[in-house]
Ligand binder design. Structure first.
Ligand SMILES: [Zn+2]
Length: 260
């Protein structure tokens, strides 16, 4: 089904649900019932016409933030998936978490990793090391898991970043790489001359994104040597009501492995 038709179907369902069912949401991070999840900025109404046309898949702009704990939809979605299928990725493992999100960080910490390195190009907290994802100071074949959610779309040389992720992973290690993309574009849209924040917002979805990935994102990631273990929401979490739990059912779960 075309993305626009699918989006319309979900919107009609969401609208009908909100008027007819009047059901509150339930946050899978703080495990609290909430009246509704809060939108990102002005919600999906603020999407540019071009992003609407190409059906960008990323954050759920209308059910973005939990009013109780502040978790985002992408944290809730990933945590639901990890709880259901991948809880063994953390306990007693070595983990590198790039641009760490608060609730994913709390989730990882609760699972008692052997070593947990948090890193960012611009760290805002003393517990986060300054690292460039395209020149990691970490050892080769070292980590069991690298997490870099919504990072690649900010990195100018994403193939170098992916090579570095591959290098620092142990054989058999995993990478979690949630990234927004368009299912309507077969090729990634990247215009180096496009530098103004407003133009990037219109074309890529955020002022500091440097491209809009197309469906070639999976091949681009696999070009690093990583192998796809990506799953669709409906396959991985068929019983999870995306509206009640404030997650985007269009968003795949981007898990990759460095084959041993
Ligand atoms: Zn919450």
């Amino acid at each position: 089904m075309r993305a626009a038709a699918k989006r319309l179907m979900w919107s009609v369902y969401a609208l009908a649900r909100s008027f007819l069912v009047k059901a509150p949401g339930f946050c899978l991070v703080c495990m609290r019932t909430v009246p509704a999840f809060l939108p990102y900025r002005h919600g999906s109404h603020a999407l540019s016409p071009i992003l609407r046309e190409v059906g960008i898949i990323g954050s759920d702009l209308d059910r973005f933030r939990c009013p109780a704990c502040g978790s985002t939809d992408r944290e809730r979605h990933l945590i639901a998936y990890l709880r259901a299928h991948q809880a063994n990725l953390f306990n007693d493992r070595g983990i590198l978490h790039f641009a760490p999100e608060q609730h994913i960080r709390d989730f990882v910490t609760r699972h008692q990793p052997r070593e947990y390195v948090q890193a960012d190009l611009f760290p805002n907290n003393p517990s986060i090391a300054r690292m460039d994802l395209t020149a990691l100071p970490t050892q080769t074949n070292y980590f069991d898991l690298v997490i870099a959610n919504h990072v690649l779309e900010h990195v100018t040389n994403d193939s170098l970043a992916l090579s570095e992720i591959y290098r620092t992973l142990k054989p058999g290690g995993y990478a979690i790489l949630q990234t927004p993309f368009s299912p309507q574009l077969s090729s990634t849209l990247e215009i180096p001359a496009l530098r103004s924040p407003e133009a990037r917002l219109q074309l890529y979805g955020q002022e500091d994104h440097v491209r809009l990935y197309g469906t070639d994102i999976f091949a681009r990631i696999e070009a690093s040597g990583l192998s796809s273990c990506v799953r669709k929401h409906q396959d991985a979490l068929p019983d999870l009501d995306p509206f009640r739990h404030g997650v985007n059912p269009e968003e795949p779960l981007f898990l990759f492995v460095k084959r041993a």
